[in-house]
Design a binder for this molecule. Structure first.
Ligand code: ZN
Ligand code: MN
Length: 142
């Protein structure tokens, strides 16, 4: 595990530090789509010298290299996803949780609606469903 994470950092040209290794470990298998601030908060106790800037830089470098999905779901905040497979997200407007929505069956045929933006080439599609989740249903109007 540590070897894998060290290799990742090396590949990115980032110096291997206990803090950066902790950021990678915190993300591993995490399905909650945390923001940089959330990751920082989680690690602050164990790594009191860890700065938010280090968290941001590390996440940015990972995202730029396709090792992490960067999700611009809410205004002014990025959420991160270590699962880089093809999937969408649902954002609960009430509690703020972000859920995975995996495509059913065959991989989606990515195409623009017929006749739309003629001449354009589609590069990728990422949908966000805005929902009131199971626990929040009925609380939308509060
Ligand atoms: Zn909710
Ligand atoms: Mn996801």
């Amino acid at each position: 595990m540590i070897e894998q994470q060290s290799a990742k950092l090396k590949e990115l040209g980032l110096r291997i530090t206990p803090q950066r290794l902790a950021i990678l470990a915190a993300l591993d298998g995490d399905t909650s789509h945390p923001s940089a601030m959330e990751i920082h908060r989680r690690l602050a106790e164990g790594y009191p010298t860890l700065s938010l800037a280090t968290v941001y830089n590390t996440l940015e470098a990972l995202a730029e290299n396709g090792m992490l999905l960067e999700l611009p779901i809410t205004k002014g905040k990025l959420n991160y996803d270590p699962d880089t497979s093809d999937h969408d997200h649902a954002y609960c407007s009430v509690c703020g949780r972000i859920f995975d929505v995996f495509p059913e069956g065959e991989p989606r045929g990515a195409s623009l609606p017929a006749g739309a933006l003629e001449g354009a080439r589609l590069l990728s599609v990422r949908r966000v469903y805005y929902i009131a989740c199971k626990e929040c249903r009925g609380k939308e109007d509060l």
